[in-house]
Design a protein around this ligand. Structure first.
Ligand code: IVH
Length: 669
């Protein structure tokens, strides 16, 4: 084919695709199957690849060739989509019933429709004469977004219902969700299955929605006129008869004691379900009674959601791997089947140490309870022994570090016991695993704080043998780095800039960055205040005067022994010496009677025109201190851009003052 013919053919295919887009998106009446549609698209891509001169603004490689409206059309719900009030314990359930009895002015036996509360996105489907005419999201409860085409891609949603009992005009409501296994297969970076369902439902292009396997269970109605159905449980059976999926665990129970025991059982059993459930919904089964009870401003009086614990979950241990920390501690980590704990999908949980594994008898394949609260690393709490397989064997903790060295358990002279932690004896940079962790510590926020050189980059540079020791960071081969995938000129020059910037470091931060065991930020500060300069510090070491540090209030035998051990290793001494020549380590001049004496601060969110490290130094230069968690000792929480809501909330609850960056700087004048 001649070039001109190829161009003509290409244009024709593009136009065909444009027409099909219109049939699909505008008329909701596709003329070809999805498969045929995808084939045209693929052919266009192939042509573009083969003949570089082909390019059209309507090419599907630019967009879909059709730009649907930026925002979805809105639609007012005929009956509001309200939410449910929550119960967390038995007392809340008692209160819920009490309120009902008060409202009705009498005590009666209540029957409940009990339904698992699937953690997804609610949707409302309007059927007229058996046809799905409009599908909406909940939106703000009064008005939703019209997402009919996206909802139509879900197989569980019938588009045409011929059952003769099906009402002529009804809104069916239910939950759109994605199953856990399907979520784990997704490549997208959604935080949890609920976000994935929501993101998928709100795609501008229904073909994108279709790519994610969504499900729908129906559980209630919006607009509906009928006097035939008398109970919620009967409505659920009708939904099934009409062709909707309903939850297989729905049931009817009579009193709140039974609700409580069913809840207890279901709370554990839920982890065997294919989807995330975050509680149970209890609805008064009698629909006449529901009508009498009606609604408060936001929720029905006749229903409540009894939530499950949001900070623990059960999952299965698939593997146990051993991580080596900066100080040589071997930490066992359980690789678990991904599980949603309060909205975060967790796939690793720490097992702390060898003794913990023995004490709790944790084995491969066990079903375990995993807890995750706040910023704390998820950890394994206990084993569900009932679920243990007969042939399971005790876990044998490796006696060697992955680097090949024999490990040790130290004897603690104070407690007269062996340490619970097994360690690779810290041989400086000889153990590869320790070395890489030491470098990560060196560049960390509290250490040299090198922007653009995060943990992942350190790992990559390590694998490429670009770094082996901290000093290598200051002799990087930037030409080689600029050739690496994902590294453009700009990121290389940014990295170079922040490495140069990091050369100016205060003595305390430098001493901390060395990663000497038992020398955290506070001890590093004490050492810096005492020795004043790096040359002084090195003189103490060289002249074997480390014992003099015992004069420092706060430094004891443990720290002294650790510093000695660190410098007994000749290569450690050489590294510090080399770094002291490469860096500009400033002497310490901390103010002991600054404006902020004894005042603790914490930051959340991004500060403007200032890094966290700079802000911290500013506070410390004025005798204040910075902490990293909200607790009673905290005086001010300083909020920058996009603060962590939880931290702000916690601070409010503790009555801690919240300052903007400007207000904080005003404190300093
Ligand atoms: S009934 C007026 N039933 O929970 C009450 N809701 O906070 C209407 N949900 O937005 C809701 N399973 O997304 C109801 N079996 C169930 C449910 C359920 C999940 C969700 C729904 C709603 C939220 C209520």
């Amino acid at each position: 084919m001649k070039d001109s013919e190829i161009k003509r053919y290409y244009k024709r295919r593009i136009n065909e695709l444009k027409n099909h887009n219109k049939h699909y998106f505008v008329d909701s009446s596709p003329k070809i199957s999805d498969k045929e549609y995808d084939e045209i698209k693929k052919e266009i891509f192939n042509l573009e690849k083969k003949y570089s001169y082909l390019k059209s603004t309507s090419s599907p490689s630019n967009s879909l060739g059709y730009t649907p409206s930026k925002n979805f059309v809105k639609s007012r719900h005929r009956v509001k989509m309200l939410s449910l009030s929550n119960a967390f314990d038995f007392k809340d359930l008692e209160n819920f019933e009490k309120k009902i009895f008060n409202y009705l002015n009498k005590k009666i036996e209540l029957e409940y429709s009990v339904e698992p509360k699937i953690d997804g996105i609610s949707a409302s489907l309007t059927y007229k004469n058996g046809l799905l005419v409009i599908g909406t999201s909940r939106g703000d409860g009064t008005t939703g977004e019209v997402i009919t085409e996206n909802l139509k891609t879900i197989n569980d949603i019938p588009q045409k219902i011929t059952n003769k009992d099906f009402p002529n005009d009804i809104d069916i409501r239910g939950e759109v969700f994605i199953e856990k296994d399907d979520f784990n297969k997704l490549k997208n970076n959604f935080a949890n299955p609920r976000n994935a369902a929501s993101g998928s439902l709100r795609q501008k292009n229904p073909l994108e929605t279709k790519k994610i396997p969504l499900n729908f269970v129906a559980y209630t109605y919006g607009y509906f006129e009928s006097d035939k159905i008398k109970k919620q449980s009967d409505f659920l059976s009708s939904l099934k008869k009409w062709g909707f999926k309903i939850n297989e665990h729905n049931k009817v129970l009579k009193n709140i004691k039974d609700l409580e025991s069913f809840h207890k059982k279901f709370e554990n059993d839920r982890f065997d379900l294919k989807y995330d459930v975050d509680g149970l919904v209890y609805k008064i089964n009698n629909l006449d009674l529901q009508n009498r009870l009606g609604f408060t401003a936001n929720s029905p009086r006749w229903a409540i959601a009894h939530k499950f614990s949001a900070d623990s979950a059960y999952s299965q241990i698939r593997d146990i791997s051993i991580q080596v920390g900066r100080t040589g501690a071997l930490t066992p980590v359980a690789r678990i089947k991904p599980v949603n704990i309060g909205g975060v999908v967790v796939s690793n949980a720490t097992l702390h140490n060898e003794d913990e594994i023995i004490r709790k008898d944790i084995r491969l394949g066990d079903t375990v309870k995993v807890e995750r609260a706040g910023d704390v690393i998820p950890h394994v709490v206990s084993v569900d022994f009932k679920k243990r397989e007969k042939k399971s064997k005790k876990f044998i903790f490796p006696k060697k570090c992955p680097c090949g060295f024999d490990t040790i358990k130290e004897f603690n002279k104070v407690t007269k016991k062996y340490d619970a932690v097994r360690r690779c004896p810290d041989r400086g940079f000889e153990c590869e695993k320790i070395a890489i962790e030491k470098i990560k510590h060196f560049i960390s926020k509290e250490g040299l704080n090198i922007d653009g050189l995060g943990k992942k980059v350190v790992e990559k540079f390590w694998d490429l043998q670009l770094i082996r020791f901290p000093q290598d960071i200051f002799n990087l081969d930037y030409t080689q780095i600029s050739k690496l995938e994902g590294w453009g000129d700009l990121s290389v020059s940014n990295l170079k800039f922040s490495i140069d910037q990091s050369k100016k470091v205060s003595l305390d931060r430098f001493l901390y960055s060395l990663g000497i065991r038992h020398i955290g930020i506070e001890n590093a500060k004490l050492l810096a205040e005492y020795t004043k300069s790096i040359s002084n510090f090195l003189n103490f070491v060289k002249n074997k005067k480390i014992n003099e540090f015992l004069n420092i209030d706060g430094i004891g035998d443990t720290q002294i022994n650790s510093i000695k051990k660190f410098f007994e290793n000749k290569s450690n001494y050489k590294i510090v010496e080399k770094l002291s020549l490469l860096l500009k380590i400033s002497d310490l001049k901390f103010n002991k009677d600054g404006k902020l004496l004894n005042i603790t601060f914490m930051f959340t969110g991004k500060l403007s025109n200032m890094s966290r490290a700079e802000a911290k130094t500013l506070i410390e230069e004025n005798s204040g201190s910075v902490v990293s968690s909200v607790n009673k000792k905290l005086k001010y929480l300083i909020i920058g851009e996009k603060p962590t809501n939880r931290k702000v909330q916690e601070a409010k609850e503790l009555g801690i003052k919240i300052l903007s960056q400007k207000e904080w700087l005003n404190l300093l004048n």
